[in-house]
Design a protein around this ligand. Structure first.
Ligand code: URA
Length: 229
């Protein structure tokens, strides 16, 4: 007798592959409320494991303007709301300066879980990769589909490259309005966190001025749209 068994080992049952995008989770006839509820349990990429909760978009149900950032930060992860930490405070300031009422717009992110790595006791933001962005994209597409915004503003390179084009350079192309299939007016501008990270006071001041100038263009479009109504 050889040591080889004549019986074939029973193959282990196939592992069910985890969904690689959120697409199967999008509810039929979505509303913002239904989407937020469904996104609560999203496991389409591994980021949920280290995050406190899904941070879905928030804002006016009839918003004409949608602002899209990269991903929630530490404070947003804990609060469950987008742009409430230091970047959110800077955004609030810039919106006031531009004459835009935050309660009338909608604010969201390309990725809806906080990606981070530990540094001592702190959780340091880590950029989402292309798989995580692709996995989360159906949520953003559904938000856009429900809201049908007139104006879409990408805050920073991650949102701009995900929604406008992978070669988009915020430093060179910020503030340019163009139509797209996503909205009649699409623009990318600086990310508030990038302004907070500016290397010196002078750069920070210039970037903030540019950011407010871009948002003023948005305010102007809102005014024009309201005059038509
Ligand atoms: N940065 C983002 O891109 N989004 C947030 O919600 C907070 C910080």
């Amino acid at each position: 007798m050889t040591s080889k068994s004549k019986f074939k080992a029973i193959a282990p049952p196939p592992k069910t592959k985890p969904a690689t995008t959120a697409a199967p989770l999008i509810p039929p006839r979505p509303t913002l409320k239904k989407l937020k509820l469904a996104a609560h349990d999203c496991r389409a990429c591994p980021l949920w494991r280290n995050a406190t909760q899904t941070v879905f978009g928030e804002g006016a149900a009839r918003a004409e303007v949608i602002l899209v950032g990269e991903q929630p930060g530490n404070d947003e992860d804990l609060a469950g709301k987008p742009f409430v930490g230091p970047a959110g405070k800077l955004l609030d300031h810039a919106l006031v300066e531009a004459g835009i009422d935050r309660s009338k717009i909608y604010v969201t992110n390309v990725v809806k879980h906080f990606k981070w790595e530990p540094r001592g006791k702190r959780r340091i933001h880590k950029k989402p990769n292309s798989r995580e962005i692709a996995a989360c994209r159906p949520w953003l597409e559904a938000e856009l589909e429900v809201l049908k915004p007139k104006i879409l503003v990408c805050l920073g390179a991650t949102a701009a490259q995900a929604l406008i084009g992978k070669d988009f350079k915020v430093s060179r192309q910020r503030g340019q309005l163009a139509p797209s299939h996503l909205a009649p007016n699409v623009m990318a501008t600086l990310h508030p966190s990038a302004i907070l990270r500016a290397p010196d006071e002078e750069t920070r001041h210039t970037q903030l001025k540019d950011f407010i100038a871009d948002l003023k263009q948005v305010a102007h479009l809102i005014q024009k749209s309201q005059q038509k109504q």
